[in-house]
Each structure stands twice: as C-alpha cells, then as structure tokens.
Design a protein around this ligand. Sequence first.
Ligand SMILES: *[C@@H]1O[C@H](CO)[C@@H](O)[C@H](O)[C@H]1NC(C)=O
Ligand SMILES: [Cu+2]
Length: 232
Amino acid sequence: MHLLPPILLLATTAQAHYRFSRLILNGVSEPKEWTSIRQTKNYQSNSGVTDVNSPDMRCFQMRPGTGTATIAAGEKLGFVAESEITHFGPVQFYMARVPDGADINTWEPAGNVWAKVAKIDAVKGSAGYTSGVETWPAYQKKSVDFTLPKSLPSGKYLVRVESIALHQASNPGGAQIYLSCAQVNVTGGGNGNPGPLVAFPGAYNRNDPGLIWSYYPVKTSYTAPGPAVWQG
Ligand SMILES: *[C@@H]1O[C@H](CO)[C@@H](O)[C@H](O)[C@H]1NC(C)=O
Ligand SMILES: [Cu+2]
C-alpha cells in the first residue's frame, strides 16, 4: 500500500470542489445559476457523489427544475464549472428523452433512459497516463462543452454532465462524481435513435477500472466508465 506523504495529502484535500450550475448557449453563459439546470444538493458544499449505487447519480438534485433552455441539434451546449474543474479525470455527457406528456421539471430519469452523447476522455501523452493536464483535457477548465448530434430527435431532454475526479480513487469508492442535469428543448433535430440506453444508478460499478486510479505504476491505458458514445 502506498501512502501519500502528509504534505501531498494536505494539498489534495485542500483543493476546492466544484458544481455545474449554468449552461452556455451559443457561447453565452446563463447569468444566473440554476436557471435551466436542476439545483443540486451540493450547491453549497460543491462535494461529489461517491456512491455510484445512489439515486443521486441521476441528477443529484435537491429540488425540481424551473427552466428549460432551447437549443438546436448540431449546436454546441456548454456547462460552466463553478469555479473550475479542480480535479483530474474524464468528463462525460448523457441525454435522456423526457417522455411526451411528462413535465420536464419533475420527470424522474429512472431506468434505462440515458445515452452517452459525448466524452472528454484521457489522452495518452509521452509519459503515459499522468494526473496532469496533458492527459486530461478537461482538467482546470472553467467550462466544458459538446456538440449535440444533428440526428438527435427534437424534443425535451435532460442533459447530464459528469466530471469523474480520480485524485483519491486508488481504492473502489474513492472516485468523486460531480454532476448535474440541464433541461433543454432540442429543435431542428433528426430521426436518430440514441443508444445504448443505461440507468443511473446501474451503469457504473464501484470496481469499474475507469473509477480506479493508480498514480504508480503509471497506467498504460484508461477508459472512462459507462457505455460507448452514441455516434448520432
Ligand atoms: C420546444 O420547441 C418547440 C419548437 O420551437 C415548441 O413548439 C415547443 O413548445 C417547445 N417546448 C418547450 C417545452 O419549450
Ligand atoms: Cu474536490
């Protein structure tokens, strides 16, 4: 077992956490937090979810939604990280279609409803997979975004952003998952069929290799947990 020297341990625990509380539409950030994003339980603590079997893995919400943003298929959708992504790890985006007739503010995205639509995964550098920004493109960013697939059918969706923090994930249960769900109305969409569809909780297992991090030996491969990205 490898123990971090006390000074390093102090440095990792003292780092600020974060929350995803504002959308970026057409390059413009929503001025107010929790406008089109369901307010999360960590809105003050900024702490992550560590139990991947918890229903908090869906939206981590403390109250129903209040607003819905409109965005066209093929456009970029971004999330502001308050105040930045202070831990290394992958960022992934999932979408769940709100059933016709359901209220987007209160719909509970339980069961196999989530398709992974994008991810910002690890990039292998000359030193392999490190804990630095050369490996993790989302690390230390103040916002992250992805492009909505053009073939995404028009309609109401929840968009779930997650940042998996691996800095304390040398053992199962150590990964911290920072997440929230935006409410969007997609217009101008196509007739694609997003999938495979997975459930939260359910999609991840605490022993998933993508939820475990070893500083040493240096990893020779890394794949974020969950299903493949739907290609649109
Ligand atoms: C979504 O956009 C469509 C097309 O503009 C519109 O007809 C519909 O009312 C919108 N729905 C919501 C919930 O905003
Ligand atoms: Cu933190």
